[in-house]
Design a protein around this ligand. Structure first.
Ligand code: PHE
Length: 454
C-alpha cells in the first residue's frame, strides 16, 4: 500500500500546527506559568524550547520522513535492534496515555461550548461565580462523561477519514481564526483595570519565584506544546515528502505555537490580576477567568461560542495527532484496516480516560502520590514519559543512527537554507547530539533526586 502523504508542505505545516497548538497552549501554559511564578518561568520555558524542544522536533520529524514509517518501525530502521523497536512502541503508548487525559479536558471545553450556546457562560459577575459553575459541572459525572464521550466520538470520526482530508484542510482555516479570536480576547483583557499587573507578572522576571521543580515543568511543557516525545511528530513526518525543508517547516510551527501560548497568557492574566485572583489557581484557571470577560463584553455571547468552537477544534486536531501513532502502528505492523485500527484505538482511549474524567467529582478523593488521577496521569506523561521519549529520539538520531548521516538526510530540501545560514546546521548538529540530550538527562536526574541542579 502506498503511504499517504501530505499534499503540500503547507499542508504538513498546518497539520503539525494543528497538533502543536491546542489546549496545551491555551489551557495548560497559562496555569503552569501561574503555578510557577510568571516571567522567570516563561524565560526558562523559551530556553527549553530553543535548546531542547526545537532540536527534538527536528530529530523526530527527520526520523519519520527518512524512514517513512510509524514510530516503532522508524526506531527499528534507525536503531537496527529489537530494543529500539520496543522503545519506539513506548513512545506510541505515551501518546495513547496523553489522549486519555487530554480528551477529558477537551471534552470539558466541548461541554462548555454547549453551555455557551445555552447562554450559561455570560452571566458571571466574578471569578468566584465562574469557579462555582466550573466545579458544579465538572464534578457532575453525567455532564463530564457525556461531554467526554461526544468529544471522543468526534475525534474518531475525523480519524476515520485519514490524514489528508481530515486533518490538512480543516486546520488551514481554523488555526488563523483561532489566532484572531485570541487577539480580540487579548485586546479586551488589556482594557481591564490593573491589566498591567498581569503584564508585569508575565514579562518582568523575578528569579526567586522559581521553585526546584520549575525546570522539569518548563521542559515538560515545552515538549508537550510541540507534541514531542510520543511518536506524533515521527508519524506526521512520515507522511512528508523528501523534497521539503524540515527546518523551514519546523520554525513556523514553533513560532506559531509559542505566539498562541503567550497571547493566551496575556488574555488570562489580565483577567486574573484585574479580578484579584491568585495566579496559581491550577487547571481551572482558564475556565474561571475567560467566562468573566465574556459576561462583561458586548457581543460576549458570540465571542464565547466562537472561542469555544475553535478551542474544541484545536483540541481535536491535537487529540487525533496523539492517537495517530498507535493507529499507524496497528496499520503498518499488525496489517489492520484503518477502520479497525481507529475503532480499537479510539475506544480504548475513551475507556482508559474515564477514571480521569471522574476524578473531578465522584472519584475526587482517589489519589496517587497525593495527586488526583487526572493530575497523576498528566504529570507522568508530561514530566516523565514525554521528556524520556524526546531523549530517546535524540540518542537514536544523534548517536545510534549517527549525526553525520542524519544531517545528510536533513540537507535534502534544506541545502539552500543551510547555505544561507550556516550556523543553523551547526546549531542542529550540536543541539541534537550534545546539548539537548545532556540537558534532558540532567533534568531527569534532578527529578529523580540523584543530583541537585538548584
Ligand atoms: N501539543 C498539544 C497541545 O499543546 C498537545 C499534544 C501533546 C498533542 C502531545 C499531541 C501530542 O495542545
Amino acid at each position: 500500500m502506498k503511504r499517504e502523504q501530505w499534499k503540500t508542505r503547507i499542508g504538513f505545516i498546518w497539520a503539525a500546527v494543528g497538533s502543536a497548538v491546542g489546549l496545551g497552549n491555551i489551557w495548560r501554559f497559562p496555569y503552569v506559568v501561574g503555578d510557577n511564578g510568571g516571567a522567570a518561568f516563561i524565560l526558562l520555558y523559551l530556553l527549553c524550547l530553543a535548546l531542547v524542544g526545537f532540536p527534538v522536533l527536528i530529530a523526530e520529524t527527520l526520523t519519520g520522513r527518512t524512514t517513512q514509517k510509524s514510530p516503532s518501525d522508524a526506531f527499528y530502521s534507525f536503531g537496527k535492534s529489537k530494543l529500539w523497536k520496543k522503545l519506539g512502541l513506548m513512545t506510541i503508548i505515551t501518546g495513547f496515555l496523553v489522549t486519555t487525559f487530554y480528551g477529558v479536558i477537551a471534552g470539558m471545553t466541548l461541554g462548555y461550548l454547549f453551555e455557551s450556546l445555552k447562554g450559561s457562560l455570560t452571566h458571571f459577575a466574578s471569578t468566584s461565580d465562574a469557579l462555582n459553575f466550573y466545579t458544579t459541572v465538572s464534578s457532575n459525572s453525567s455532564w463530564i462523561l457525556l461531554a467526554y464521550a461526544t468529544f471522543s466520538l468526534l475525534s474518531v470520526l475525523i480519524l476515520y477519514t485519514g490524514v489528508k482530508k481530515g486533518i490538512e484542510s480543516g486546520n488551514k482555516i481554523m488555526m488563523p481564526l483561532l489566532f484572531v479570536v485570541l487577539l480580540i480576547l487579548v485586546a479586551k483583557g488589556l482594557t481591564l483595570e490593573r491589566a498591567s499587573e498581569g503584564l508585569k507578572f508575565l514579562f518582568s522576571p523575578d528569579w526567586k519565584e522559581l521553585s526546584p521543580s520549575s525546570i522539569i515543568k518548563a521542559l515538560g511543557q515545552a515538549f508537550f506544546a510541540l507534541s514531542l516525545g510520543q511518536g506524533t511528530m515521527v508519524t506526521y513526518g512520515s507522511y512528508l515528502s523528501k523534497k521539503e525543508s524540515l527546518p523551514g517547516t519546523c520554525v513556523p510551527i514553533t513560532l506559531f505555537g509559542t505566539a498562541v501560548s503567550i497571547l493566551s497568557g496575556i488574555a488570562i492574566f489580565s483577567i486574573v490580576f484585574s479580578a484579584g485572583l491568585p495566579a496559581s489557581a491550577g487547571p481551572s484557571l482558564m475556565f474561571q477567568t475567560l467566562p468573566v470577560v465574556f459576561s462583561q463584553m458586548t457581543g460576549g455571547y458570540f465571542l464565547a461560542v466562537a472561542f469555544l468552537v475553535l478551542l474544541v477544534i484545536a483540541g481535536i486536531t491535537s487529540q487525533i495527532s496523539a492517537l495517530e501513532p498507535l493507529i499507524a502502528y496497528f496499520i503498518d505492523d499488525k496489517r489492520w484496516t484503518r477502520k479497525k485500527a481507529v475503532t480499537v484505538a479510539g475506544l480504548s482511549s475513551f475507556i482508559f480516560g474515564i477514571p480521569s474524567a471522574l476524578s473531578f467529582g465522584l472519584w475526587k478523593n482517589v489519589t496517587i502520590f497525593g495527586l488526583s488521577i487526572f493530575d497523576a496521569i498528566s504529570f507522568l506523561c508530561v514530566n516523565i514519559l514525554i521528556p524520556v521519549g524526546g531523549l530517546l529520539a535524540l540518542i537514536l538520531v544523534g548517536w545510534r543512527y549517527g549525526i553525520h548521516k542524519a544531517i545528510k538526510h536533513l540537507e535534502e530540501g534544506t541545502q539552500k537554507l543551510f547555505n544561507r545560514f550556516g550556523f543553523f546546521k551547526w546549531y542542529l548538529k550540536i543541539g541534537i547530539k550534545y546539548v539537548a540530550p545532556t540537558l534532558i538527562f540532567l533534568i531527569l536526574l534532578d527529578l529523580l533526586g540523584i543530583i541537585k541542579l538548584h
